[in-house]
Design a protein around this ligand. Structure first.
Ligand SMILES: Cc1cc2nc3c(=O)[nH]c(=O)nc-3n(C[C@H](O)[C@H](O)[C@H](O)COP(=O)(O)OP(=O)(O)OC[C@H]3O[C@@H](n4cnc5c(N)ncnc54)[C@H](O)[C@@H]3O)c2cc1C
Length: 197
């Protein structure tokens, strides 16, 4: 995964809340799975531009392999199949469909959530804080959490006054808001975000 801050426009308004509301940040994220980008685009006060699968050929498509499936094989039709084997099979199937004249916009229906994508998005500071509070939390799915932590790292390095106090709610508010779904390790999490550079 690669995360780049493409541009920013930071307001000089004195009150932090107002400065956040009137500041804009554009990020490029490359190499995340479609599963991850799907979660990102659920955040509504934002603008997105995403690589198209209609026109980009997906031969030997790049994909994200979660740690939990590495080395795992399952039996399918009396054959031991790994995640990698399945991705290769899908890639070949996709390629054959395109060779047979199936339009890429239809052939892409076989591509999995694991397939990587590149996305550019713009959010104002207020929405970024909301996004980071939710997605840096241990409850968030690991890939979007990794992405959110990288975004936060970049923002803290460039705009410490606006983002040094941002992190999951246990860090931002000082208490956990997740109830029974809490990770139960607020001290550990707070320490991690206090030291994040
Ligand atoms: C840990 C976790 C688990 C999740 N699990 C699921 C799941 O199982 N299924 C699922 O479908 N989704 C799930 N989501 C996604 C979630 O439901 C939201 O879609 C996502 O968090 C973005 O919406 P949001 O309300 O946080 O705010 P955003 O879309 O980021 O908007 C920010 C704020 O702007 C305001 N706002 C935005 N749009 C409007 C509007 N149209 N009208 C009024 N106010 C608006 C609201 O105050 C909102 O809180 C999950 C998210 C997290 C963090």
């Amino acid at each position: 995964m690669e995360v780049l801050l493409l541009s920013s426009s930071v307001s000089k308004l004195e009150r932090r809340e107002e400065a956040l509301r009137h500041s804009w940040f554009t990020f490029l994220v490359d190499g995340i799975s479609r599963a991850c980008s799907h979660q990102l685009v659920r955040h509504r006060p934002a603008s997105y531009s995403q690589q198209s699968q209609r026109y980009v050929a997906m031969r030997k498509f790049p994909y994200v392999e979660p740690e939990s499936v590495k080395g795992v094989k399952v039996e399918v039709n009396n054959e031991e199949v790994s995640f990698k084997d399945l991705m290769e099979l899908i890639g070949k199937f996709y390629e054959k469909l395109v060779e047979k004249g199936v339009p890429k916009e239809d052939a892409r229906f076989v591509l999995p959530n694991a397939c990587t994508t590149r996305i550019v998005f713009t959010m104002n500071g207020e929405e970024l804080v909301h996004f980071l509070r939710l997605r840096t939390c241990s409850r968030a799915q690991w890939e979007i959490r990794e992405m959110a932590i990288e975004i936060l790292r970049i923002l803290r390095n460039n705009f410490p006054n606006l983002f040094n106090n941002v992190g999951p709610n246990c860090y931002y508010l000082g208490y956990c808001t997740e109830g029974k779904k809490s990770c139960g390790k607020p001290e550990q999490v707070r320490k991690f975000f206090a030291n994040l550079k």
